[in-house]
Ligand binder design. Structure first.
Ligand SMILES: Nc1ncnc2c1ncn2[C@@H]1O[C@H](COP(=O)(O)OP(=O)(O)OP(=O)(O)O)[C@@H](O)[C@H]1O
Length: 335
C-alpha cells in the first residue's frame, strides 16, 4: 500500500462511550463522547461530542441527543456517519487529503457489522478504511509484545463491550467479547437506586456515581464516602436529592462485574497451556475506562491467580494501537 507524501494515517477508536482519533506522528488529537444531537424535524446535526452529551436527557421535543453506537457496534448508521465525518474534519482540520482510516471494532462483531463500520468511514471521507479487532489494538497500544512468540493477555473494558483476548505472533489466539461493560454497570446502579430509594436517576448520574465512588469490591466500598445525587421521586414525581453510599454502588455492580470475571476465566481456560504459562509470567493488562474502576484489578487477580496490570493510559490504548497498526497492513490481514 503506497501512501502519498504528507498523507497521514488515521486510527479511530469508535467507542460506545467515547470516540478517539489518533493521527500517525501526532498521537491522539481528539477525545470526545460518542453522542450526536439532531433536530428531529430537519434531521440536521445540532451538536456533536461533549456539547451533545450535556444535552442527554435534557432535550426539548425538537432535538434528540443520540448515542449512535450500542454494544460496541453501529446502532444508528446515518448518525454514526455524521459523527465520523465531523470528527475526521475536526481532527484533520482540512489540512491533508483523504486519509487511510483504521477503526477498532469488538472481536465478536459479525461480517455485516464490520462492513457497516468500513462503509461508514468511507462515506465519512476516508480514502479507504480497515477494521482491527479492539483487543488486538488495545494490546498494541498498551505496549505488549504482540508480534513475539509469547502469550500476552489483554482485557479491554469499554462502555458497551468487554473484550478479552490472548495474543501471540501477531494474532489473536483465543478471545471473548461480552456485551457487559461500563454501560451495564451504569444501568445496574440506576436500577439499584430506583429499587432502594424509589428515585429514578439518569444514565449520566449513574455513571458519575460509578466514577466517583464505584468499587468492584465491597470491602473497599465500605471505606469510601457517600455521594449525593438528584433524581425524580417515583411517588411524588418531584425532584429529590438523596445520599447514595459506595456500598450501594458496589452491590449494584456485583453481578455484571462477576460476569466479566467469568469471561476472563473462560478465556484463560481455553488458552493453550504454554501461552497461559506466559500470561502467568507477564500478567494480563487491563485497558479501557473500566480498568479505572477501583479494585477491578484486585478482583480479577483473586479470581484468576494471574497478576493484573493496568495500562498506563487505559482510555487511550485502543486508539493508539489502531493508529500504530496502520504501519503494517499485514497485521490487519492476519486479524
Ligand atoms: N474512573 C472510572 N471508573 C470506572 N469506569 C470508568 C471510569 N472512567 C471511565 N469509565 C467508564 O469507561 C467507559 C468508557 O470506556 P472507553 O472509552 O474505553 O469505552 P469505549 O471505547 O467508548 O467503549 P467500547 O469499547 O465498548 O465501544 C464508560 O462506561 C465510562 O463510564
Amino acid at each position: 500500500m503506497a501512501f502519498s507524501f504528507g498523507q497521514r494515517n488515521v486510527g479511530i477508536d469508535l467507542g460506545t462511550a467515547n470516540t478517539y482519533v489518533y493521527i500517525e506522528g501526532r498521537g491522539i488529537v481528539l477525545r470526545e463522547p460518542s453522542v450526536v444531537a439532531r433536530n428531529t424535524q430537519t434531521n440536521e446535526v445540532v451538536a456533536v461530542g461533549s456539547e451533545a452529551k450535556d444535552m442527554l436527557g435534557r432535550t426539548p421535543a425538537s432535538i434528540a441527543a443520540i448515542r449512535p453506537m450500542r454494544d460496541g457496534v453501529i446502532a444508528d448508521y446515518d448518525t454514526t456517519v455524521a459523527m465520523i465525518r465531523y470528527y475526521l474534519q475536526k481532527a484533520l482540520g482540512g489540512r491533508i487529503g483523504k486519509p487511510y482510516v483504521t477503526v477498532g471494532v469488538p472481536s465478536g462483531v459479525t461480517a455485516v457489522e464490520r462492513r457497516a463500520v468500513i462503509d461508514a468511514a468511507r462515506v465519512a471521507g476516508a480514502r479507504d478504511a480497515y477494521v482491527i479487532e479492539e483487543p488486538f489494538a488495545a494490546a498494541v497500544g498498551a505496549g505488549l509484545p504482540v508480534m513475539d512468540p509469547t502469550g500476552s493477555m489483554v482485557v479491554d473494558m469499554g462502555g458497551g463491550t468487554t473484550d478479552v483476548a490472548t495474543i501471540s505472533l501477531g494474532g489473536i489466539v483465543s478471545s471473548r467479547s461480552i456485551r457487559i461493560a461500563g454501560d451495564k454497570l451504569d444501568e445496574s446502579i440506576a436500577n439499584f437506586v430506583r429499587n432502594k430509594y424509589n428515585v429514578t436517576i439518569g444514565e449520566p448520574t449513574a455513571e458519575r456515581l460509578k466514577i466517583e465512588i464505584g468499587a468492584a469490591s465491597l470491602a473497599l466500598a465500605r471505606t469510601l464516602p457517600d455521594a449525593s445525587v438528584r433524581g425524580r421521586d417515583l411517588l411524588t414525581g418531584l425532584p429529590k436529592t438523596i445520599d447514595v453510599t459506595a456500598e450501594d454502588v458496589a452491590m449494584a455492580i456485583q453481578e455484571p462485574v462477576r460476569e466479566i470475571v467469568i469471561a476472563i476465566r473462560e478465556t484463560l481456560e481455553s488458552t493453550q497451556p504454554e501461552l497461559a504459562a506466559d500470561v502467568i509470567d507477564h500478567g494480563m493488562v487491563l485497558t479501557g475506562g473500566g480498568a479505572m474502576l477501583r479494585d477491578m484489578d484486585k478482583i480479577i487477580q483473586e479470581a484468576t491467580k494471574v497478576p493484573v496490570l493496568i495500562a498506563n493510559e487505559p482510555l487511550d490504548a485502543v486508539a493508539i494501537g489502531t493508529g500504530e497498526a496502520l504501519k503494517s497492513i499485514d497485521v490487519m490481514r492476519q486479524n
